[in-house]
Write a protein that binds this ligand. Structure first.
Ligand SMILES: [Zn+2]
Ligand SMILES: [Zn+2]
Length: 215
């Protein structure tokens, strides 16, 4: 499921009435709740506490009533206030289907930031705004097309403040790293400057000794 799809449930919180444990958000299994009843939702909330009395007492109850080896977990569907017991055949019935809402939220935030930065590219040169360009170049999860464009705009922006963050960034996409570093070389050339080979400070291209380190 895409990160955005489960975010609408991120703020929902449910407690198990049997053990007061916070319910986990899980993707719905590919079987139905009852005869002919679909889930009507791609996630549901369930008490995964193995010490929950509903779960621990359920085994015996199901055994005597139905002669089956199963128990109950408390579950609630999204948007509902109360839920009910759901039969489970094993302790691990929902292992691996738990959704990490925190990770989903972080993923979504990063995606929003990327979209914002992309939108700002059109005006960043006119506004002398280095931030969106720098964001895209150093965000390894952003789409390559936007990062390519940012590398081109970097030269147009010609802002020396981009040098340290880019030179110090570990690029996972080496091609973007090369483009960004080439852009820096162009900026230095355009502004008649160079990096001191000894201390890396920016100095005049024709300087013989560095005004920062004296070498
Ligand atoms: Zn419980
Ligand atoms: Zn120096």
């Amino acid at each position: 499921m895409p990160a955005n799809a489960c975010l609408k449930y991120a703020d929902e919180e449910h407690l198990c009435p049997h053990c007061q444990t916070k319910l986990s958000c899980c993707t719905t299994p590919p079987f139905h709740v009852g005869d002919g009843l679909g889930w009507g939702s791609d996630v549901f909330f369930v008490c995964l506490n193995d010490a929950c009395p509903l779960f621990t007492n359920g085994w015996k109850l199901v055994e005597t009533q139905y002669g089956q080896n199963a128990s109950f977990r408390y579950m609630v569907l999204p948007g509902e206030k109360t839920g009910g017991p759901m039969m489970v055949g094993s302790k691990t019935a929902f292992t691996g289907s738990e959704i990490d809402l925190k990770a989903a939220r972080a993923k979504n935030t990063r995606y929003q930031q990327e979209q914002e930065a992309l939108a700002q590219l059109a005006t960043c040169v006119a506004e002398k705004n280095l931030a969106p360009v720098l964001y895209l170049i150093t965000d390894e999860d952003s789409a390559l097309a936007g990062r390519h464009q940012a590398c081109q705009l970097l030269v147009e922006l010609c802002d020396l403040n981009c040098i340290d963050p880019i030179r110090n960034h570990k690029f996972r996409h080496t091609e973007i790293g090369q483009l960004a570093n080439l852009a820096i070389n162009s900026i230095l050339e355009k502004t008649f400057q160079k990096e001191c080979p000894h201390c890396a400070e920016i100095i005049k291209a024709q300087a013989v000794t560095c005004k920062h380190c004296g070498k």
